[in-house]
Design a protein around this ligand. Structure first.
Ligand SMILES: Nc1ncnc2c1ncn2[C@@H]1O[C@H](COP(=O)(O)OP(=O)(O)O)[C@@H](O)[C@H]1O
Ligand SMILES: [Mg+2]
Length: 328
């Protein structure tokens, strides 16, 4: 029989003794527990009451563990094991002592640019490690990042992550779709799988939030916020925040372009711009971030090359006609 209610402090679950209920995630309850075999404190993630019977949960935890095992970086949570006990799947991860980026932002944002840059760089570094290993997180938000007392951010929750081999995974029924849309990229809202630029968008929203103290898009409900991501334009941060450089505002803006093609194509470029602000292209600030394909179809490489070819052809014809005319 599956465990149908929340575990209690002192309960034994497999070879774990439950110590504390620390959080309710998108679809899970998270506990600290003492691993009686390993003799150390760990974090145990089990499906919550709503998703306990969902057969996808076991697969989800297994994949989450696999993803964590592929990665090895100070900014990435370490996975220890996954299993099933009394028909209840579970995931074991290393215990991280610290506060969530959500609480950190609530306490310290708006942050000064220097501190925000230092923090976002550390997160970007971990995320770059994911991307270099062909893993897209797809559910980046301040709830899924913890900060240790030493100031090291650690990315968690790879439950929605896309790997090279996980072709079947979509957003349907997963926490990303059920959770806050504040960090969701437009292509994600439209139901696409997303790629590294989807994570870069979410990173950009967190960067914006650290600097401004609030996310760029607001609405009465999730649908209204999603519509903003699809149709709205992000306010220019250099106009919003007194003293913020145009370079930093341009970097945020490049992350938050509606069209993935207009964003950074890799986190290396993002990190490089932060390290070398003199070379940042600030012209991007003059264009709204919400520029869509329909508004810029004439900029597409195909249209531009066909157009150029046509202009050359017409010029040649005109010259030929003129030559013919004067030779008569
Ligand atoms: N290893 C850990 N150490 C400390 N806290 C954790 C750890 N893993 C998760 N948490 C806490 O539990 C919350 C939910 O975990 P998460 O993995 O995001 O679950 P879900 O997939 O259900 O959203 C996190 O926001 C964090 O506060
Ligand atoms: Mg989570």
């Amino acid at each position: 029989m599956a465990i149908s209610s929340r575990l209690q402090i002192g309960d034994q679950f497999d070879h774990f003794q439950i110590r504390n209920h620390i959080a309710r995630g998108g679809m899970s309850d998270i506990y600290t527990a003492y691993d009686l075999l390993a003799g150390k404190e760990v974090v145990l993630k089990v499906p919550d009451r709503m998703s306990i019977g969902d057969p996808a949960q076991y697969e989800r935890f297994q994949r989450e563990l696999e993803v964590m095992k592929t990665l090895n970086h100070p900014a990435i949570q370490k996975g220890l094991a996954s299993g099933t006990y009394n028909n209840t799947p579970y995931l074991v991860t290393e215990l991280i002592k610290g506060e969530s980026l959500r609480d950190f932002i609530a306490r310290s944002a708006p942050m000064n640019a220097e501190d925000a840059i230092a923090l976002i760089m550390k997160i970007a570094d971990g995320l770059l490690h994911c991307h270099e290993n062909q893993i897209i997180h797809r559910d980046l938000k301040p709830e899924n990042i913890l900060i240790t007392p030493e100031g090291q951010p650690i990315i968690l929750d790879f439950g929605l992550a896309l790997t090279k081999n996980s072709h079947r995974v979509t957003y349907a029924n997963l926490s990303g779709a059920a959770g806050t849309p504040d960090y969701m990229a437009p292509e994600q809202i439209e139901g696409h799988r997303g790629d590294n630029r989807t994570d870069i968008y979410a990173l950009g929203i967190m960067f914006y939030e650290m600097l401004k103290g609030e996310v760029p898009f607001h609405g009465d409900n999730n649908l209204a916020i999603m519509a903003q991501h699809l149709k709205g334009s992000v306010p220019r941060l250099d106009k919003e925040i007194h003293g913020l450089s145009r370079q930093v505002a341009a970097i945020v803006s490049k992350c938050l372009q509606r069209e993935p093609e207009l964003r950074y194509s890799s986190l290396k470029e993002f990190i490089n711009d932060l390290e070398n602000p003199d070379q940042v292209d600030i012209l991007i600030l003059d264009k709204p971030t919400g520029l869509s394909k329909t508004a810029s179809w004439w900029r597409s490489p195909v249209v531009v090359s066909v157009g150029t070819a046509l202009i050359i052809l017409i010029t040649i014809i005109i010259i030929a006609l003129l030559l013919q005319h004067f030779h008569k």
